[in-house]
Design a protein around this ligand. Structure first.
Ligand code: TYD
Length: 138
C-alpha cells in the first residue's frame, strides 16, 4: 500500500472565473483534485475559540476549503507537523489518508467546505492519537 505522508498534502489553487458580477470557482473530481468526490459536508456557526478535527482517516482523501472567512489546519503524519492558514475560497488543502488534523483559529462567520472521496464511515477514523501514531509509524 502507498505510504502517505505530509509531503503528499498540498494547497491546490482552483479555477477562478473572475467576473464583475461576482467570481466563480469550481472543482472537478479527478481533474483538479486527485480523487473522485462522493460526499461533501461543511462546518459553520463555529463558536470563537472552538477546535475541530482531532482525528485521522485510514483511507479517505479530502479537500478542505475556507469557502468564507478563515481558519488554520495543523496536519501531522506522525513524524512532522505543518500549520496551514486557509482564507481564500479558490484555494483548497488536499489531505491524503493517514494524516492527523486539528482545526482552530476560526474567524467569525467562517465556513469550511470539505470534499471527500467516500461516504461517511466511522470505521475509517482514528479518533485516538495513540492509535494513529501506532499505525502511522510502523
Ligand atoms: P467529525 O468528523 O468528528 O467532525 P470534525 O472533525 O469536524 O470535528 O464529525 C462530527 C460528528 O458528525 C460525528 O458524530 C460524525 C458526524 N458526521 C456524520 O454523520 N457524517 C459526516 O459526513 C461527517 C463528516 C460527520
Amino acid at each position: 500500500m502507498k505510504k502517505f505522508t505530509l509531503d503528499s498534502c498540498c494547497v491546490i489553487e482552483l479555477p477562478k472565473v473572475t467576473d464583475i458580477r461576482g467570481n466563480l470557482t469550481f472543482v472537478e473530481g479527478g481533474r483538479h483534485i486527485p480523487f473522485d468526490i462522493k460526499r461533501t459536508y461543511y462546518l459553520y456557526d463555529v463558536p470563537g475559540g472552538a477546535e475541530r478535527g482531532g482525528h485521522a482517516h485510514k483511507e479517505l482523501h479530502q479537500l478542505i476549503i475556507a469557502i468564507s472567512g478563515a481558519f488554520d489546519i495543523v496536519l501531522d503524519d506522525g513524524r512532522a507537523k505543518k500549520r496551514f492558514h486557509l482564507n481564500k475560497s479558490y484555494f483548497g488543502l488536499y489531505v491524503c489518508p493517514m494524516i492527523w488534523r486539528e482545526m482552530d483559529n476560526f474567524s467569525s462567520g467562517a465556513v469550511c467546505l470539505v470534499l471527500a472521496s467516500n461516504y461517511y464511515d466511522e470505521s475509517d477514523y482514528y479518533r485516538k492519537y495513540d492509535d494513529f501514531i501506532a499505525a502511522a509509524t510502523t
